[in-house]
Write a protein that binds this ligand. Structure first.
Ligand code: ADP
Ligand code: MG
Length: 629
């Protein structure tokens, strides 16, 4: 037996490793299974090029819990190591790797968030074990070796009688880590990190029911057999060629990724590049509601089929983090902090590649099956609108397929909309006014008024639409958005300069003071006298576009003015001085009757804006009965 001392500058790095990575101890299993996978795939390669003259067969990796013996075994049938190799790769490479990692990590410990603590490798075993053994036999015809290390830099190395090719790692689980002796915990970890690793991983056995033999009686139990319980799918869909996959394959892979998701995805995007960086993956567009809350089923990041994290912030542009699926790339630096990641050139390229692929897919869906695209619009608009707001490159592309639905169920692109309304909805200042509603029911009377003028009314109801309108108003020329209740329709799209008023200035003064006398203290209405068509509504309550939009934008974050969210609603009461009823109010002599007419008119205006409630509504109904008597 030989003993030795590993040459490291830090006397004992294990306590340090343990301390630094306190919350992430579980990654040791991923590291060990990754090594076992590497060793198996290396052997596969060597046999395929004729370097290794051995039968590759159908190798497995086995993970075994020995609760009584307080041990965890990871066994592979890979290329194994000779004594020389153990000394070199374990004592030197792995140790120096761990040391290097530690130095790096120490620097960035404050800047936490190193992705999945990659790079620690074999020595992460010491986060959970007080002693580690390696029993390994190389594919080259040499005696097997047995290496033991108790966590100090001292190790022993001796011969072993292991006959089969491959490596067995034995962890003597430390007293503070006994959770890793629970089968359920290990199963959970294997599912989390190794679900799609490329070599089959066996964890225990399971009972499989076999078909009944011919001539068996009805009551005879079906025969069963114990088979290996393989916990992973070594050939996940994203590693295959898109041409080899059908729509159903993509859907079933989605279910495999998110077993708790019962809703089917709307469509998928297969990512596949190998230059200038290597990346594969499948992204899915889920059905999204207007609820912007972060969902728990997120995009998963893999590296060579090993799960790394489901926090893809910084790798995928923010608006696409609402999608689901998998990204697998060996080119994303993992042992770095998030802030470093965002500045990394390769990562920037990856992010813009993903954005481009998503835009291209949407473009082709739009071009190839417009009808279907329109049907899905409501479920995908949030992502697209968010993307248009946050990524200029995406905006350019999306501007051609982003849809603007009307209250009547037609869908226009911006260009089509412009074509359609330019003639009728351009005001005297050459500005094209795009009318919209956010709620078909609540704004019904305003929508009808706009439609009676032959105007097109959009239905824009997503929570970030205010921000997008703002963006469109600044990028496109001479357009503005206005909600149908933002002003009197003739004011929203003002075509002539002035209408002649039937009332004189004195009469207007009189009317205004009459009105103010009735609803004096209801100060959130600003009275606005306007000379309009005599058949336009006499009283309309409006909510000025600018203030309302700022308020809404602030509720969905950013964009608005500071403190706007707490401001009360502001309404205008537009009074059409050319309307017969308004003239009648002015000329009514009895104060009581005048008051009743004003109240009734105001209530009707409130009613059509959905503002008449409670006591006011009760009084209105009572008064109305009085009047129809
Ligand atoms: P890395 O995997 O990044 O090289 P590790 O610290 O995980 O670093 O492993 C160090 C080295 O030890 C590996 O490169 C490999 O040569 C060797 N090794 C570890 N585990 C095995 C194994 N199961 N079979 C063969 N070689 C192994
Ligand atoms: Mg490794």
């Amino acid at each position: 037996m030989a003993t030795g001392k590993i040459n490291v500058s830090v006397d004992n790095i294990f306590p340090l490793i343990k301390k630094f990575l306190y919350s992430d101890h579980e990654i040791f299993l991923r590291e060990l299974v990754s090594n076992a996978t590497d060793a198996t795939l290396k052997l596969k390669h060597l046999t395929s090029i004729g370097e290794a003259k051995v039968e590759y067969g159908n190798p497995l990796i086995e993970v075994k819990v020995d609760k009584k013996g307080k041990k965890l075994h990871v066994i592979d049938q890979g290329l194994g190591m000779t004594e020389e190799e153990v000394k070199k790769y374990i004592n030197e490479v792995a140790f120096s790797g761990a040391e290097e990692f530690l130095n790096k990590y120490e620097d960035s410990a404050k800047d936490a968030g190193i992705i999945g603590h990659f790079g620690l490798g074999f020595y992460s075993a010491f986060m959970v074990a007080h002693k580690v053994e390696i029993i390994t036999k190389s594919f080259q015809d040499e005696t097997a070796v047995h290496w033991t290390c108790d966590g100090s830099p001292n190790f022993t190395i001796e011969e072993s009688d292991k006959k089969e090719r491959g490596t067995e790692i034995i962890l003597h689980i430390a007293d503070d880590s006994t959770e890793f002796l629970e089968e359920s915990r290990i199963r959970e970890l294997l599912r989390k990190y190794n679900k799609f690793m490329p070599v089959p991983i066996k964890f225990g056995t399971k009972t499989e029911t076999l078909p009944k033999p011919e001539g068996a009686k009805e009551e005879d139990p079906a025969p069963t057999k114990e088979v290996d319980n393989i916990i992973n799918n070594p050939n996940p869909a994203w590693t295959k060629q898109p041409t080899d996959l059908k729509d159903e394959d993509y859907k079933s892979f989605y279910r495999e990724l998110y077993p708790m998701q019962f809703e089917e995805p709307l469509f998928h995007i297969h990512l596949n590049v190998d230059y200038p960086f290597n990346l594969t993956g499948i992204l899915y567009f889920p059905k999204l509601t207007n609820d912007l809350n972060i969902q728990k089923d997120k995009i998963q990041l893999y590296q060579n089929q090993v799960f790394v994290t489901d926090n893809v912030e910084g790798i995928v542009p923010e608006f696409l983090t609402m999608l689901r699926g998998v990204i697998d790339s060996p080119d994303i630096p993992l042992n770095v902090s998030r802030s470093y990641l965002q500045a990394d050139g390769a990562v920037k390229k990856i992010s813009s590649y993903i954005t481009r692929k998503v835009a291209d897919k949407l473009t082709s869906l739009f071009k190839n099956n417009r009808e279907d695209f329109e049907k899905k619009w409501n479920d995908i608009k949030i992502v697209i609108e968010y993307g248009m707001l946050s990524e200029d490159k995406f905006f350019e592309k999306a501007d051609k397929f982003a849809l603007y639905p009307t209250v009547d169920g037609a869908y226009y692109t911006f260009e089509e909309l412009q074509e359609k309304i330019k003639g009728n909805q351009t005001d005297k200042d050459e500005k094209m006014v795009i009318l919209y509603a956010s709620d078909k029911e609540a704004q019904h009377s305003y929508i009808e008024t706009a439609k009676s003028k032959g105007y097109e009314v959009l239905l824009l109801d997503s929570p970030i639409i205010g921000h997008l309108m703002q963006k469109l108003e600044t990028t496109k020329e001479k357009i503005s958005f206005a909600r149908v209740d933002a002003d009197h329709i003739d004011k929203l799209i003002q075509k002539e300069d002035t209408q002649i008023s039937k009332l004189s200035d004195e009469e207007k003064e009189k009317l205004k003071s009459d009105l103010e006398a009735v609803f004096g203290e209801k100060s959130n209405y600003t009275i606005q006298l306007e000379a309009m068509d005599s058949d336009a509504s006499p009283f309309v309550i409006t909510e000025p576009e600018f203030l309302r939009r700022m308020k809404e934008m602030q509720q969905t974050g950013g964009g608005g003015m500071f403190g706007m969210g707490n401001m009360p609603e502001m309404y205008n009461l537009i009074v059409n001085t050319n309307h017969e009823l308004v003239g009648e109010i002015l000329n009514t002599k009895t104060a009581k009757k005048k008051e009743r007419l004003i109240n009734q008119s105001l209530d009707l205006a409130k009613l059509s804006k959905g503002l008449l409630k409670g006591k006011e509504l009760t009084e209105f109904i009572k008064r109305s009965y009085e009047m129809v008597k």
